[in-house]
Design a protein around this ligand. Structure first.
Ligand SMILES: [Fe+2]
Ligand SMILES: [Fe+2]
Length: 379
């Protein structure tokens, strides 16, 4: 094993979901690779030479490096990586046995390294990778101009605070969420939305990335249609909050690569009612935010969910939200699929027909995309 997992043709076009795993222990390498395969595009290497060769072709989102590695051990490779300028910013999760205190101490002292002591739980490994990848992406936001930097930092912090509020059963402080979205609206209004989309590329919290993208595209669409003031704020906050109920959906259903079974589909679809259950306890929540969150999966012919609303029962906001949610989902990057290009996404959405999406708004959104983006800009 090891090199047989390396897809050489794919390496040059490595995307942000690539993880390199390096270990001289074939069983460890195989176990970790198989466990991670549904979360990342995994490339496994059994020796340092193969890793080095691969790194010259592309950089992964993170490297999982084991202490056990020929000829000089994983720690030596780790130190080399940190000394080499072009590799020094690749996040590393270093794995070592509990007894190897010297190795653990040395690896912990290096920048952008998270050390996991063996044996560890698989969830601890997943969290360590995710934290490492995100710390790297978020560190790059510090170099962005305002208001783009604040747009990303604020919305992430709001999104994470919602996770805590849900866990603690507390209500949503809407004014804080609204305030956190002000830079996002400002970034869109000043024509800088592309920086937001580029900024979340490679971030490992898919729900956050999707919500930020929906908030950005909804605000962009609103701006294009002449929406102003408080209504822009509703589009942005509605986008950030539209799927928060997904935080209550089990990970294996939410991140399942293939088609969902009928019972899983029921669970998945319940994210809308879960979102509404959470939002309805929010004092001062604008009705528009509830519409975006509650009706973004409705279809004009009445076959959508959860209410099966039809035709005129769906107002402009619900129609816009449905278009933006489908477009974002198709062009989002997932661990199990490459993002679709905007052109491909529009073709699919046009084929969905008038029973699903509002054709007038769809045409308007298409015009906006043609004006504002090129293919490489938006995922
Ligand atoms: Fe949704
Ligand atoms: Fe969504």
């Amino acid at each position: 094993m090891g090199s047989d997992l390396v897809d050489k043709s794919g390496l040059k076009s490595a995307n942000k979901n690539d993880i390199f795993i390096v270990s001289g222990n074939a069983k460890h390498l195989k176990d970790i690779s198989q466990a991670l395969i549904s979360f990342y595009v995994v490339h496994a290497f059994q020796d340092a030479g193969k890793l080095s060769e691969a790194l010259h072709h592309s950089h992964p989102a993170a490297i999982i490096l084991d202490e056990e590695l020929s000829p000089h051990g994983g720690l030596t490779v780790l130190q080399q990586l940190r000394r080499t300028e072009s590799f020094s910013l690749i996040p590393v999760v270093f794995t070592a046995h509990q007894g190897n205190l010297e190795q653990i101490g040395a690896s912990n002292a290096l920048p952008l390294v998270r050390t996991l002591v063996k044996p560890y739980r698989f969830s601890a490994l997943l969290k360590a990778i995710s934290d490492q990848v995100n710390a790297h992406v978020e560190a790059q936001w510090k170099m962005m101009k305002e208001p783009q930097r604040a747009a990303l930092e604020n919305t992430l912090s709001s999104f994470n605070s919602v996770a805590d509020l849900i866990a603690e059963g507390k209500e949503l402080p809407y004014a804080d969420i609204q305030q956190s979205c002000e830079p996002l609206v400002a970034a869109v209004q000043s024509g800088n939305f592309k920086a937001l989309l580029q900024g979340v590329r490679g971030h490992d919290n898919y729900s956050y990335v999707h919500s930020l993208r929906v908030a950005t595209f909804l605000s962009l669409f609103g701006d294009h249609l002449g929406v102003k003031g408080n209504d822009m704020s509703i589009l942005a906050t509605g986008g950030v909050l539209h799927d928060v109920g997904k935080m209550m959906i089990p990970h294996q259903v939410l991140n399942k690569p293939g088609k969902l079974e009928p019972d899983e589909l029921v669970v998945m679809r319940s994210h809308v009612t879960q979102t509404i259950d959470f939002l309805e306890n929010t004092p001062g929540l604008p009705r528009g935010v509830t519409i975006i969150a509650g009706q973004h999966h409705e279809k004009l012919d009445g076959t959508g969910y959860p209410y099966g609303l039809k035709g005129k029962e769906l107002n402009e906001l619900a129609r816009m939200a449905a278009i933006i949610d489908v477009f974002s989902a198709l062009t989002d990057r997932r661990c199990y699929k490459d993002p679709m290009s905007p052109v491909q996404a529009m073709e699919i959405m046009e084929k969905m027909g008038p029973g699903h999406l509002d054709q007038h708004f769809l045409l308007s959104f298409k015009e906006l995309l043609l004006d504002a983006t090129s293919e490489s800009d938006i995922h």
